[in-house]
Design a protein around this ligand. Sequence first.
Ligand code: KG4
Ligand code: ZN
Length: 341
Amino acid sequence: MKNDGSSPLLLGIESSCDDTSAAVVARDALRSNVVSSQRVHAGFGGVVPELASRAHQRLIVPVVEAALEEAGVTRADLDAVAVTYGPGLAGSLLVGLSFAKAFAFGLGVPLVGVNHLEGHIYSVFIEPPAPPFPYLCLVVSGGHTELVLVEEGFRHTRLGRTRDDAAGEAFDKVAKLLGLGYPGGPEIDRLAATGDPAFRTFPRTRLPGFDFSFSGIKTSVLYYLNKFSEEERAALLTNRLPDLAAAFQQAVVDMLIDPLRRAVRETGARHVAVVGGVSANTALRAAAETLGREEGFGLYMPPLAYCMDNAAMIAVTGRFKLEAGLTSPLTLTAEPGLALR
Ligand code: KG4
Ligand code: ZN
């Protein structure tokens, strides 16, 4: 090992979507986590892949340097470089991956490729208390909604997934219908805090097994808004926006919590993690806590700073993989459609 402290010391890099992030982690603790959320997409109502890739190119060097500086280490102290190689946007993944490969090669240290979903799944290990294995993990982000049984040794069994939109995608699309900016999740969360969820009961989609579906709720909100004349709609969006946000949010939370409850009962899970961007949602966190009390399981959710995409979760997952001897060749390629294994 290169550093003489609590080695190994890992640099983690994340660039799968529109956040450029770098983090340094040691065995005992996270040393730094720098996230630069790209502002270039705000006016487009979503992420523009070409702009994201260019912004990553601009940001990757300063972000990595900031992470090293904040951690109080130099590149020579690093023992390995962990990086997201999928799933995500091809052009975005390539920037982080190419940088990580060159960095690892130049330093003569191992490269550790990390699946972005694994990053979210192990984000509950960034700060204690960490769950014991096995645990049931609900991954709710802008690109994914999956229910996964996580066992020791990187064994993942998918119990359910969304058949169409991801939960975060539903938040973002409905936010757009409500005239809010991107990403819409945090905006809806903020508005819903003062709204009445009973304002309207949007229909909940319930599928057999533990699968999810969120395209119906988006359409329900659209049809509801289209019932009104333009003036009425404008008045509704001016006067009842918090109520609409709260009613929609409650529907999404119910559609996440219901399959989770059934999965907990069926698997007898004693420990449950809720991770990913949507796990920052106030109502979802509260509902997961209530469910935990009702069903008697231990609940683990990352602190808000580690719900959305970040390199800390990639570095922590990379540390587990390194400890298990799971390093990657320098020929590792970006896999935009990478599934959880
Ligand atoms: O995990 P993440 O940063 O990126 C992906 O891997 O997709 O998740 C981003 C998603 C976006 O859809 C965003 O609207 C949603 O997480 N999100 C939220 C909240 N904060 C972020 N959704 C609901 N409530 C929030 N507080
Ligand atoms: Zn993510």
